[in-house]
Design a protein around this ligand. Sequence first.
Ligand code: SAM
Length: 279
Amino acid sequence: MSAIDTLPPLREVIASHQLSARKSLGQNFLLDLNLTAKIARQAGTLSECDVLEIGPGPGGLTRGLLAEGARRVLAIEKDPRCLPALAEIAAAYPGRLEVINGDALEIDPLAHLRPPIRIAANLPYNVGTELLVRWLTPRDWPPFWQSLTLMFQREVAERIVAKPGTKAYGRLALLAQWRAEARIVMSLPPEAFTPPPKVSSAVVHLTALPEPRFPADAAILSRVVAAAFNQRRKMLRAALKGQAPDIEDRLISAGIKPTERAEQVSLEAFCALARELER
Ligand code: SAM
């Protein structure tokens, strides 16, 4: 019996369903149910929420989310080999786990979820970053989710929470921090996973803010930040030359020195520049 429920330990689940980890699907499993319960607790109070989990695999985090009281979990998993193991969890928590077999990048989960909604996932890094960017850039704000609790490579987690003047600061930090509160809430060594990946990981928790921190048009902000960081070593007057013929004046009006580099510019100043470019 495991620590959090009456289902078999995950090593047994993996052995009985022959779930050898596939590199092509970024499979590094979490088998310690105390650890998955701890990650689930970082997602906040779950009892009133539907939780969207991407990439449940053999179901370690899924079991954590259910044991922590999630009202319902919708789990989207690409690997059909995981479905029998997930069906056993669904049977142990009647009516609380729905599993969809498919690619999370192609499935719209909204029809299957009832607000309030939280998202939790331990995903391959490339899929995780792409989904994070999508979740942070919906057409309307506030988004459909209240919070995101996501495992990333440590280096990506640091890019999400980075502050100006650091190497990790860039588009991801600005995108995440403009309309969400982002914190690293856990660090995990490679040995926490089976098989262990090459690098350390971290869990990032993001809470959606009701309003952006500073007003700006999302498309203009995104365009100017992309241009600034595409040439992050250049002075802004050069990196942003294509944005407006009088870019130096607009930078000055936004309170930014034209000789500064993107890395030195705060979120507030980028938003001011986006407003200047909208005039
Ligand atoms: N959540 C499990 C855990 O913590 O042990 C598994 C984590 S493993 C890092 C990533 C999981 O995401 C795998 O089960 C993999 O099959 C699944 N996956 C990979 N790409 C996916 C995609 N595009 N859509 C849905 N699931 C995906």
